[in-house]
Design a protein around this ligand. Structure first.
Ligand SMILES: Nc1ncnc2c1ncn2[C@@H]1O[C@H](COP(=O)(O)OP(=O)(O)OP(=O)(O)O)[C@@H](O)[C@H]1O
Length: 710
């Protein structure tokens, strides 16, 4: 790894950072919130920049239907504004204040912090709601943190969100699908509910644009006259941040940012600089690789005076809630915590003790091509807005440092903001939700930024193929209605509904739960061969998803034994999360009055149910042995997608090397995920071998027997 530079300066030492070490070490002591410290906590609340604006915020919320609040990371927007609203009486008459977050880990941890600040147990006055988990008490909870997806799901039961007096849409700059959809719907709800207040908050939001969306003319600050409620949105800027974060860049670009991150963490540790470390990487596998490299490092690195030991802790979406919360626990005495996270730790969260952020400056982003109808995940550079959110995770309790694993020149070339997900993602889930809420014409819906028309058409096609829409493109009953109510991707919902008809719902619900978490396998860096050998023990010719079922059964037979999982290169934490999701899904199916049934050894029924959900992802092997038109693809696995893919050359697909079918290459497949390789191949992950005649049997409106020939 190259050395880091401070802007315009060459620094001595590893990073050139010198600390007033005694003071900083003392600052690492974390508040425990005993009775004596409660006053200090209240004092800390008053020191946050947002406190200076408390009265102004309450005034604006009183007088404006919509308030847009822009403030630096750490200024106190998320934790304080809901409390100000509670104190000002916005939670009387049994109504709640909701604060939405794009990610569940933020909803959980911010709720825990605010519960502590208000002095009530979590789940009472302050609660949270995330997919598959609700920690709140009806009639008692006053402030509810939830993911924006959960609020959208709640709208199916309560379209006007009558349980809430104020909805604060936080971190709106992320422009997630759910955030953008929610903003459009809130604008509609406001017309029917003039009493509802909407706050849109972010550190780096295009405030004027959001204001223009909510109304054509805008009032600045507290310029509105007292009196009637103004429909014009108000914009408020919260100036000032609590602590400074010094940014460092690499002297030269690095080719392997995982290694560079490990090196940077080891250097901080060797220098004996006080404070915990937070590393941002792009995905689960990178995080697990980095954790095992850090464990190795921990064995060889001898820290200096403090003789601390490195304690790496992963933090990614596929972990069960309890494992995610481990990243937020205080480092045990004698240890320095290194949290290795994906972008789920990018916004809203405060990891107490973190002084250093190491940012790989990349993230995994969904990329959808409406022409081919294929969505893939791409590792791409982050935007400056994302990088500044990441840097904002340091400096929350005291001054911090952010080490960006790129040169300053490369950083300056990054985009200012991330492209809204609405413009680059597959939209069937969004369309399904809107249809369930009675929004039938997608083209006339009020979008903050309208999605591409082709993407919308593809989404309608998929929903039609799944039987979710009737002939007039309205939600079908019961299929469309049930799919909208199931808290999973529409395709996975269709797998579940088909499995009920086919008598294999016990197995399907397991597979769907395992697909809702990320990789089931736990292969650390340098253990690829051993992982492949372990996989081979469970692998079956039917494909990855039936293999998952075998893994699940064997893990259950072991009594969910952690050691069994480690021996078999199975990610125990991921399976625990899948188990959580499985039981929630069973609960949802029971609510829809669907009984579970097992097909025992008849896995062809399960494969057929999977085909019913993934039918738009059906592919056929192309004989390339004699293909001289494209010598690069001759003799290797090349598949063609069976449904139409629009004009232009058909996309080149192949099975990803991680699949258990990568070598056998069956003639007909359906796939779940897709990844695009640097050489332009679409690589299919989590594939299942299918019988071709199932396609016209299951979806005569998409496939004809004539078109499907072996
Ligand atoms: N779990 C926590 N433990 C300790 N301190 C915390 C915790 N959560 C928040 N804080 C303190 O409260 C401050 C304000 O946090 P808050 O999340 O409200 O800021 P914000 O303006 O919403 O920032 P961001 O946009 O980055 O989420 C933090 O800088 C930190 O000092």
């Amino acid at each position: 790894m190259g050395a880091f530079l401070r802007p315009g300066e060459r620094q001595p030492g590893a990073f050139g950072i010198s600390f007033d070490s005694d003071r900083d070490k003392n600052a690492a002591v974390v508040p425990t919130f005993n009775r004596n410290e409660k006053l200090a906590l209240q004092e800390q609340r008053r020191r946050l920049p947002v406190f200076q604006h408390r009265r102004e915020i309450l005034y604006l919320v009183e007088h404006h239907a919509t308030v847009i609040i822009v403030g630096e990371t750490g200024s106190g927007k998320t934790t304080q504004i809901p409390q100000y609203l509670l104190e000002a009486g916005w939670c009387s008459h049994g109504r709640m204040v909701a604060c939405t977050q794009p990610r569940r880990v933020a909803a959980m941890t911010v709720a825990a912090r605010v519960a502590e600040e208000t002095g009530s147990p979590l789940g009472q006055a302050v609660g949270y709601g995330i997919r598959f988990e609700d920690v709140s008490t009806p009639g008692t909870t006053q402030i509810r943190f939830c993911t924006d997806g959960v609020l959208l799901q709640e709208m199916l039961q309560d379209p006007l969100l009558t349980a809430y007096s104020v909805i604060m849409v936080d971190e709106a700059h992320e422009r997630s699908l759910a955030t953008d959809t929610l903003l459009g719907l809130l604008k509609k709800v406001q017309r029917r509910r003039p009493d509802l207040r909407v706050i849109v908050a972010s550190a780096t939001l295009e405030a004027e644009r959001v204001a223009a969306f909510f109304d054509a003319s805008t009032v600045r600050g507290a310029a509105a006259k007292a009196g009637d409620l103004s429909k014009q949105p108000a914009i408020l800027s919260v100036e000032g941040r609590t602590h400074s974060v010094q940014i460092h860049y690499l002297e030269k670009p690095c080719s392997d940012y995982v290694r560079a991150a490990v090196q940077a963490a080891a250097d901080i540790h060797r220098e004996d600089m006080p404070g915990d470390i937070l590393i941002f990487l792009t995905g689960q596998q990178e995080c697990e690789d980095c954790v095992s490299m850090l464990e190795e490092e921990a064995r060889k690195v001898r820290a200096g005076r403090a003789a601390l030991r490195l304690m790496p802790v992963p933090l990614y979406a596929g972990l069960p809630a309890a494992a995610q919360l481990a990243a937020f626990e205080h480092s045990p005495r004698g240890y320095r915590k290194v949290v290795v996270a994906t972008n789920i730790a990018e916004t809203s969260v405060t990891i107490d003790g973190v002084v250093y952020v190491i940012d790989c400056c990349h993230s995994k982003q969904a990329s959808y091509n409406p022409l081919t109808g294929l969505e893939s995940l791409l590792v791409a550079p982050v935007s400056k807005a994302s990088a500044s959110q990441r840097a904002g995770r340091a400096g929350r309790m005291r001054p911090g440092h952010c080490f960006r694993l790129c040169t300053e020149a490369d950083f300056q070339a990054l985009h200012d903001a991330t492209v809204p997900e609405m413009q680059r993602a597959e939209l069937s889930g969004t369309v399904l939700r809107l249809k369930a809420l009675g929004v039938d014409n997608m083209m006339t819906f009020d979008w903050l930024a309208p999605p591409p028309a082709e993407t919308m058409v593809r989404a309608l096609e998929l929903l039609h193929a799944l039987g979710a829409l009737d002939a007039s493109a309205r939600l079908s009953r019961p299929t469309g209605q049930q799919l909208a109510e199931l808290p999973v991707d529409a395709r996975l919902g269709a797998v579940l509904l088909a499995s009920v008809r086919l008598g294999c719902s016990e197995e399907a619900v397991t597979v769907v739960a395992m697909l809702s978490v990320h990789s089931v396998w736990a292969g650390a860096h340098g253990e690829r061969k051993a992982l492949e050998a372990a996989k081979a023990k469970f692998a079956v010719g039917e494909g990855d998803l039936v293999t998952y079922l075998n893994v699940w059964k064997a893990w259950q037979d072991s009594g969910r034994d952690r050691k069994w999982a480690a021996r078999n290169f199975v990610n125990h934490r991921t399976l625990l999360r899948a188990a959580d999701i499985r039981s929630q899904l069973c609960h949802h199916l029971r609510r829809l009055r669907i009984a579970l049934e097992s097909c025992d050894a008849e896995v062809s029924l399960l494969r057929k149910a999977l085909t019913a959900g993934l039918l738009m992802n059906a592919v056929q092997l192309v004989d390339t042995a004699n293909d001289i038109s494209d010598p690069a693809s001759a003799g290797i696995n090349v598949y063609r997608i069976l449904r139409s893919t629009g004009p232009g050359p058909p996309p080149k697909l192949r099975i990803h090397a991680s699949s258990v079918l990568a070598r056998t290459r069956p003639q007909w497949l359906v796939f779940w995920q897709m990844q695009q390789s640097s050489s332009g191949w679409f690589e299919m992950q989590e594939v299942t071998a299918v019988e071709p005649h199932w396609l016209p049997e299951l979806a005569a409106h998409v496939y004809s027997h004539k078109g499907i020939r072996s």
